[in-house]
Design a protein. Structure first.
Length: 238
């Protein structure tokens, strides 16, 4: 049984289909990338999976349970966490307290929450920033804090929405290693990303969206050489 199943999902806004009849599975332990041009429906799809939107038709199942219609916090408690393209930490709180707030989803005491949070900060390379007020962090570290907050909820599957956008080459390399480390912990990953260097380096499989529809799926090398994908998104230089 697949960990996540997206079954013939569509959503309409004002009569227009933002996502149309999209189906795919995510297997336990893999990294599945969602790629496509701006406006393809990638983030809308994430919003359906984690409960911000209910699909107009179709369904999403996680660990064999239909989760379409559940609230985001209910889905998170089941083990599905996400990050956001535009990072929004709790700006007046320290980096550590941001992560502690997420840890309370699983932890019943402050001591347990802090222990979990400090381990997550160490994993994401933010230990030295634990006492810094989060609004003072540079973008690269805010992106990592977003990942840390999601990890602190103890997910089985994590959705990463453009966690590499705006990073310099050195920050990209650090973040790639963090993603590989998340996979090594046995956490399944679904990622939206425009950096093809990142996608080709870390993905096990890729799903390609265009105008809200799935136009291709497969191994990275297969997708990169697919003429439809090249024409719609990658361009001949790739």
């Amino acid at each position: 049984m697949s960990l996540l199943n997206v079954d013939n999902v569509s959503i309409f806004f004002g009569g227009l289909a933002a996502v149309s009849n999209v189906s795919f599975d995510v297997e336990k332990g893999e990294i599945l990338a969602i790629i496509g041009p701006n406006g393809a429906g990638k983030t809308t799809l994430f919003n359906i999976v984690n409960g911000f939107y209910a699909p107009s038709k179709g369904k999403v199942s996680f660990n064999g349970e239909v989760i379409s219609g559940l609230k985001p916090h209910q889905i998170c408690r089941r083990g599905l966490a996400r990050t956001f393209q535009v990072v929004k930490p709790l700006q007046r709180m320290s980096v550590l307290d941001n992560v502690i707030a997420s840890s309370f989803l699983r932890c019943d005491t402050k001591a347990k929450a802090e222990a979990v949070s400090r381990e997550v900060l160490q994993f994401t390379g933010l230990t030295e920033d634990a006492d810094i007020i989060s609004k003072g962090l540079p973008l690269g570290k805010r992106k990592r804090l977003e990942i840390a907050r999601a990890l602190a909820t103890g997910p089985e599957l994590i959705l990463l929405d453009e966690s590499f956008a705006g990073l310099n080459p050195a920050e990209l390399d650090v973040s790639i290693e963090i993603i590989r480390g998340i996979k090594a912990r046995g956490i399944t990953i679904m990622i939206i990303e425009h950096h093809m260097k990142v996608i080709m380096a870390i993905s096990d499989r890729i799903v390609v969206l265009n105008h809200g529809q799935k136009i291709a799926a497969g191994l990275p090398a297969e997708v990169a050489s697919n003429p439809t994908v090249v024409e719609a998104y990658l361009g001949a230089e790739h």
